[in-house]
Design a protein around this ligand. Sequence first.
Ligand code: C2E
Ligand code: MG
Ligand code: MG
Length: 506
Amino acid sequence: MNHLLETQLRECLGELYTTEPAFRSGRFRKFLSEIERVYNHHDLERSLLESAVDMNSRELHATNSLLEKRNQRISRLSTTDTLTGLPNRHLYNDRVSQELKRAKRHDRKLAVMFIDLDRFKIINDSLGHHIGDLLLRYVAKRIKSCLREADTIARPGGDEFAVLLDEVREMEDAAAVAKKILSVLSEPFRFKGHELMLTASIGISIYPSDGVDAVTLFRNADTAMYRAKDLGRNNFQFYHPAMSIKALEHMAFESRLRKALEHNEFVLHYQPQIDLVSGRVTGMEALVRWESPEIGFMMPADFIPLAEETGLILPIGEWVLQSACLQNKAWQDAGLQEINIAVNISQRQLQNPCFMTSIDTALEISGLAPERLELELTESAVMQETELTLMTLQQLKRKGISLSIDDFGTGYSSLSVLKRFTIDRLKIDRSFVSDISDNPDATAIVEAIIAMAYSLNLNVIAEGVGTKAQSDFLRENGCDQIQGFWISRPLPADQAERFLRECPPV
Ligand code: C2E
Ligand code: MG
Ligand code: MG
C-alpha cells in the first residue's frame, strides 16, 4: 500500500476508532486486511463501508453517516483537478465509459479530443508557476466557452486538456470545435501586466471508428496530437492507424538514441574558424554526428530535436563538452597552435541546475584552460532571463569562458540583455550570409549586425561562408572572422588536426 493511502487509511480508521466503540474491539484487524486490496481513495471509502456492513448492525448507522460525509469529500478531491475545478483523468474516463454505453445503445458517434498547449514550459520556466497556473485557468475557461452543456472538458494533467464531444454526426462537427478552440486560444491572454500568446496542438479520435473503449480512444487522440505537434503545432489532426506505426517507429528511434551513448556511436567533427585579417585559425566548432550501425550516418538535425524533447541532450551534451575539451587539449599537447574550441549548448542544458558541474568536470578531466572554451548559445536561451540563466552566465564569465550567440539575427535579442550577459561575440546566421549580394535586405542585415557588434564592442563571426565574394564582402565590412565551406567543411578529428598543421599562424 502506498504511503499516502496508508496515511488516509490510518486517519480514517483513527476517526472511526475514537467515535465508535465497536472499532475498539478485535475487529479492527479485519478492516486492514480487507482494505489492502483497494487502490484509490474513492474505492478505499467504499471498501470501508462494505466491511462495515459485515459487522454488528447496531454500530452500522453511525458509521455509515460518518463515512458518507468523508466519502463525499474524498470523492470530490479524487475526481477533480484542484487548479481548474475540472474533472481529472479518472472522472473523465468514467464519463467517457458512460457516454460510450449510451452511444452504443443509440448508435451515435462520439469524439475524444486531446489538447496540448505548445511550448507552455517556456512560460512556466520564464514567468514562474504562479503565472503558468493562472494561464491554465484562463485556458480552461476559453476551451469551455467553445463547448456545449453536454460536452465534457477535463484536465488530465500538466498543460493537457481532454474534451469529450457528446454528439457528433460527422467528423466536420469535431473539426469545427477544434478550429474554434484554436481560434479562441490564439487571442492574447492579458493579465497581471503580461500579454501572453499561446497556441495548442489537438488530436481527435472518433467512436466507433478509432476505438470502442475509453483507453483506446484516449491513446489514439494522444497519438494524433503528437502528429499535430510534428506538423508544426497550432493545428488539429484526426487519428489515422498509420500514425500508430509512426509512433512505434518514433519509440524505436528513441530507444536507439538512448543506447547510442553507451555504445560510443557519437563522433565530433570540427569546422575551422578563420580570422579575416591575419588568415589565422582562431578556433574550431565541434559539431556532433551519430554513426548508428542500424540507421547509418546522421546529422544533428536528424536527432538533436528528439534528444532535446526527451532530455537525452543532457548526457549527449556532457559527452560533447568533455570530448571537445579533451580534443583541444590533445592538440595543444601535440604542439599545435592554441585555438578556442566552440561547443553548441541547448537551452535545456543551460537551464539544467547541473550545467555548471558538467562544465567544471569537462575542464577538470581535460586540463583545458577555461579561456580556450567557447559556448555557443541560442538567442532564445539567453533571452529567457530566468534567475538560473543569469547566474549561470555570470559564473561562466567569471571562470573566463567565452560566450557567443549562435544563428544571430533569426531570433529576438534585446541589446541590453546582450550587454548585461557580457556576450563576447555574435555569429551571423548563415541564411543572411548566403544571400549577401543577391538579396539587398540580407546584405543590409549583415552590415547592420557588424556595425552593431562594433558599437557594442563585440566580436563578430559570419557562418556559412560559401564563396570568395562573400568572404571579401565580409572583410571589407569589418567582420572579424568567418566559418564555412569556403574555408573548410566540418572535418573528422584527424583531418582537422592536419588542417591546423598546414595552416600555421601568419
Ligand atoms: P550551427 O551551430 O549553426 O552549426 C553550423 C552548421 O552549419 C553546421 O551544420 C555546419 O556543417 C553548417 N555549415 C557550416 N558552413 C556551411 C556552409 O558554408 N554552407 C552550409 N550550407 N552549411 C554550413 P550541422 O553540423 O549539420 O549542425 C547543425 C546544427 O546542429 C548546428 O548549427 C547546431 O545548432 C546543432 N548542433 C551541432 N552539434 C551540436 C551539439 O553538439 N550540441 C547541440 N546542442 N547542438 C548541436
Ligand atoms: Mg553553432
Ligand atoms: Mg549557427
